[in-house]
Design a protein around this ligand. Sequence first.
Ligand code: GH3
Ligand code: MG
Ligand code: MG
Length: 293
Amino acid sequence: MIDFQQIVENANDVILVTDSLLELPGPRITYVNQAFEQLTGYTSKEVIGRTPRLLQGPETSSKSTSAIKRALKSAHPIKISIQNYTKDNRPYWAELSIIPLYDKDGSVEHFAAIQREITAQKAYEAELLEISHKDPLTGAYNRRYSDSVLSQWFSRHTAESRKSILMLDIDNFKTVNDQYGHPAGDKYLVDAVILIQKFLRTSDAICRTGGEEFLILLPDTALSDAEHIASRVRQAIESMVIKIDEHLVMTTISIGLTMMREDDKEIKQLLERADSALYSAKHSGKNKVVLNP
Ligand code: GH3
Ligand code: MG
Ligand code: MG
């Protein structure tokens, strides 16, 4: 006879069993294995009779806990990633699967939960996502990111939403490269992004959409506020001097500005308006902010 108890007790994964009472306070823990004690810091004695909710904390998503509740109610197995907390309040990510266990009459008698810690994997995934959204030279977001934010804007577009964009292109940048070399141009781009970021909120994003072209996404920003930001950015770039060897490098920036309209159907319309405003800025002498509401 195989001793399943011993296998479960010594498994690497956390195993937790509850009864099947669904009324408040919910299913109560009837068994935990050694891996549970090691991961969470709770002893078996401390948790028997309590509900697994003791593992939840401020960052545990209520969406996940509701999904679990629904699965338990309908006696469906569920597999989900969830943020849990150890006894000393360390948050950890767990891949959790819960299966109903039936008695011989076919009613649910217990739920068995199997958990594996995936904190390191989650951190790695978040880092990869961050890298895939960033421009390696300047640390600004890239076009892939601006595309995904803009499609989110369009999928949740309402009459009340005030969203503005600035399209920027550095003036006479070819001359900067020609006079001081490509590495000097690169340094200029890096410093320009650092400077521009000072005028943005955390919800705003500066994206490098081309060599020396940028898109600034301003959610919750009316046109007049966006114009104010654009004009401060233009002035700051105009005053920015970077030192390369014995040279002082300066140039200016042109900015086209528009906001999302209620009747905008696709991203292209928004970008074309910003682009035509930028074109006007370039063709009326550069170092300008032009609105195309
Ligand atoms: P304009 O005022 O009309 O914008 O003139 P411009 O010289 O800036 O011309 P344009 O915008 O067409 O040219 C972009 C130049 O930017 C071409 C290229 O040499 C330079 N550039 C593009 N990407 C990079 C980059 O990553 N590093 C550096 N150093 N230069 C770049
Ligand atoms: Mg350009
Ligand atoms: Mg340019």
